[in-house]
Design a protein around this ligand. Structure first.
Ligand SMILES: [Zn+2]
Length: 345
């Protein structure tokens, strides 16, 4: 289950998409939640419930009952995560609670968090299910394992390893790929990366969350589900939003133990999906548009509907490595497929 009371508090810490200080304060609270145990987060969410203690609460001149409860949730969430030495107001006085939140925005909202590695953003706490948070947390070390395997194979001179490299990068220079893998590995391990939940349970954004990383330009936007595996936004440090297919067991798997086939499926591991986005964010890769030669290689007559097709998946990327090799070292999914095969080798 999503943590709906924590989610409601986040909705009041960030009031709109231009509230940059609120955004950075929320990120710091989310970092702290990421480091807490699941049971500690569960008990915090239940302390923010207030359903019994707010019985009989009346609207004030300026605030509805829901607003009075949510301002108190917002201040208590801050106190219980990043402000343990600064008690939040012990009442539903919305002016006092709002002032408490404003003070923290001034104090902590000036700079982004500086944590090492990824943190689950407010959208994760508000909407994702426990199993989805587990999948996400596991995918990061899996992505790191995949990049390490890719580096090992790319740096190796054995014939079998050169064949794996050539399968996905054709006759490209090995060093260009190793450079991207190094940037990606460093980013996955060290950069403070916000992870947004764009999975199926964000439908409707009931808690009215605004979070950085959801808009195409990497700025803040309404939290909403996305149809694909994920997106990467912003410059370093940046954001990765994981979308519905990432959480769908029919579309993704754990680490793969066999090499890719080229029979048509995307064959995406969850670690591979994170790796793909991480090469965008840290290695400046793209999803490269296919040239005509790739369609010839695939024995497909190119039509208007293929105009914007990009190099995704084993079938297309294998042909891409033969017919358009010069572009493989800047194509995200070529790295994903190569590292998955390197890990399985
Ligand atoms: Zn991509």
């Amino acid at each position: 289950m999503g943590k709906v009371h924590i989610g409601a508090a986040f909705g009041y810490i960030v009031r709109n998409s231009t509230d940059d200080n609120g955004m950075r304060l929320a990120a710091k609270v989310a970092c702290r939640l990421t480091d807490m145990s699941p049971s500690a987060v569960r008990s915090l969410d239940s302390d923010l419930n207030f359903s019994v203690r707010s019985m009989g609460l009346k609207p004030s001149a300026a605030y509805t009952v829901a607003e009075r409860i949510n301002w108190r949730r917002a201040s208590l969430l801050i106190h219980r995560t990043i402000g343990p030495n600064h008690a939040s107001p012990a009442s539903f006085d919305a002016d006092l609670n709002e002032a408490y939140v404003r003070t923290w925005k001034r104090q902590e909202g000036g700079a982004r968090p500086t944590r090492h590695g990824p943190y689950l953003g407010s959208s994760y706490w508000a909407y994702s299910k426990h199993a989805e948070r587990i999948k996400t947390r596991q995918a990061w070390p899996e992505a790191i394992q995949l990049v390490r395997a890719g580096k090992r194979v790319a740096e190796s001179a054995t014939l079998a390893h050169r064949a794996i490299f050539a399968r996905w990068f054709g006759n490209s220079a090995t060093q260009a790929a190793i450079d991207v893998l190094n940037l990606t590995l460093n980013g996955l391990e060290n950069e403070c990366t916000g992870v947004g939940y764009a999975g199926p349970h964000a439908q409707g954004n009931l808690l009215d969350l605004q979070e950085v990383g959801f808009a195409g330009d990497g700025r803040a936007s309404d939290v909403k589900p996305g149809p694909a595996w994920g997106t990467a936004q912003g410059s370093i440090p940046g954001y990765i939003c994981l979308e519905s297919k990432f959480f769908d067991d029919a579309a993704t798997s754990g680490l793969r133990s066999v090499a890719h086939t080229t029979t048509g499926g995307m064959e995406v591991s969850r670690g591979g999906a994170v790796l793909h986005e991480a090469t965008h964010l840290f290695g400046k890769t793209a999803d490269v548009r296919l040239d005509d030669q790739v369609f010839t290689q695939l024995n497909i007559v190119r039509e208007a509907k293929h105009a914007d097709e990009k190099a995704y998946g084993p079938k297309v990327c294998a042909a891409f490595a033969i017919a358009q090799a010069v572009d493989t070292v800047r194509n995200a999914d070529s790295y994903r497929l190569f590292c998955e095969d390197a890990y399985a080798a």
